[in-house]
Write a protein that binds this ligand. Sequence first.
Ligand SMILES: Cc1cc2nc3c(=O)[nH]c(=O)nc-3n(C[C@H](O)[C@H](O)[C@H](O)COP(=O)(O)OP(=O)(O)OC[C@H]3O[C@@H](n4cnc5c(N)ncnc54)[C@H](O)[C@@H]3O)c2cc1C
Length: 397
Amino acid sequence: MADRVLVAGAGPVGLVAAAALAAEGIPVTILEAERDLPDDLRASTFHPPTLDMLERFGVVADLIAQGLVCPTWQFRDRRQGAIATFDMSLLKDDTNHPYRLQCEQWRLTRLLRDRLAAHPEVAFRYGCRAAEVRQDDDRVFLTVVNEEGEEEVLEGRFLIGADGARSAVRKSVGIGFEGMTIPELYLTLSTPYPFHEAIPDLASIAYISDPEEWLVLLRTRSLWRVLLPTDPNEPEDHMLSDGRIEERMQQVHPQAGRYEIVHRTAYRVHERVAETYALGRVFLAGDSAHINNPLGGMGMNGGIHDAINLAGKLVQVWRGAELSLMQRYSRQRRKVALEVVQQQALRNRQLLNQRDPKLRAEHLESMRAIAEDPRRHREHLLKTSMIHSLREAEAVP
Ligand SMILES: Cc1cc2nc3c(=O)[nH]c(=O)nc-3n(C[C@H](O)[C@H](O)[C@H](O)COP(=O)(O)OP(=O)(O)OC[C@H]3O[C@@H](n4cnc5c(N)ncnc54)[C@H](O)[C@@H]3O)c2cc1C
C-alpha cells in the first residue's frame, strides 16, 4: 500500500492530478476531509486550454452538455454600456475550444470521481482529513484524522497537497504563504432573472466597471451569477439579508418585480503564493499553492494547469527521473502565479474600480482600442484565456 501517490483534497485540482497519474498506471489514494465531494458554488469558468487538457479524461463533452458555451465576453461600463466585446473564435488555431465554458466546478469533480471510481489503482477515502506530514528520503508519512477524531498514518512515495487555500499539508511542511488580503468582501448572488433578455447586447460574461460599484455578470446554463464588492464592515446578517440584496440587485438593474435569489455567499479574497511548490516528496497545487481574486476566472484554471504539469513530471520521476525535476514544476508554475495570474487579477480589479475620471476614460479607451485592432484583440485573448501563460512557462528552465 505504501507504493503510491497520496493526494490530499478531492477538489478539481486533486482529482485532475489523480486522474493524470492513474491514466499512467500509478496507484493513487485520494483523501477528502468531507463526507462527500463539496458542491458549493465556486468557480464556473473553464478557459480554452483547460478544456484542451481535460479532453484526455473524456469529460469535456459532458461538461459542455451541462454548461453554457460562451463565444464572446465583454468589458462594459455601468453607465455607457458595452465598451469592448471580445470574440474568442479568433483563437481557433490556438485551441480545440475557442470559447469559455460556463459550468460549475462541482460538475467537473463529480465527472472525474465517477471515472476514477472505476479505476483499479485508485482509492478514495472520505471523511479523512490530512493533518501532519513527515518525510524521509524514500517515503512520505501522512497522519490523517477521521470524523471520530481517530488518527492513522498513511505511507506513500509522494504526497500532493491539493487541500485548498487553508492547506494543512502546506502548513505542516512549513511552506510560507505570503501576500495580501483584498479589503473588500466579494458577494456572489445567483438568480434565474433573464439579464440577457433585459439587456439585449449583454454577453454571457460581462465585467462592468464603475467608479462607485463595479460588478461581474456571468451566465450559467440556468442562472445568472452576480459578483459585487462589499464593505467588510457591513454586518454579515445585513449584507446577506433579503432586503439588502433586493436593494443592491435593483441598483444593478431596476425591474418591476422582486429578484429571486437562489444562492448567496460572501467571501474574503486573498492574493498569496506559496514560497515553493515542491519540498522533497511533497508538492502543492491549486489553491494550496496560490490564491487570487476571482476576476478573470484564473484560480481553478491555473490550479488545473498546475495539476497537469505536476503529474506529467511526477510520472517521469516515478519511472526513474531525478526528483529535482519537480523543482522545475515549482519554478514554472510559481512564475505563472506571480507574474501572470496575480498581476492580471490585480489589473482587472484596478480596471473595474478606477475612480480617477481621467484614468477611467483612458482605461475605457484602451479597451476599445484593443478590441478594434485584430492583432491586439487576439493577443489580449491569448493572455486572458491563459494560453500565453502556458507558453511562457514552457520557456522556464
Ligand atoms: C467561496 C468561494 C467562492 C469562489 N468563487 C470563485 C469564482 O466565482 N470564480 C473563480 O474563478 N474561483 C472561485 N473560487 C476559487 C476556486 O473555487 C478555487 O480556485 C478552486 O476551487 C481551486 O481548486 P482546488 O482543488 O485547489 O481547491 P478546493 O476546490 O478548495 O478543493 C480542496 C479540497 O480539499 C478538501 N480539504 C481541505 N482540507 C483538507 C484536508 N486537511 N485533508 C483532506 N482534504 C481537505 C476540501 O474539502 C476540498 O474538497 C472560489 C473559492 C471560494 C472559497
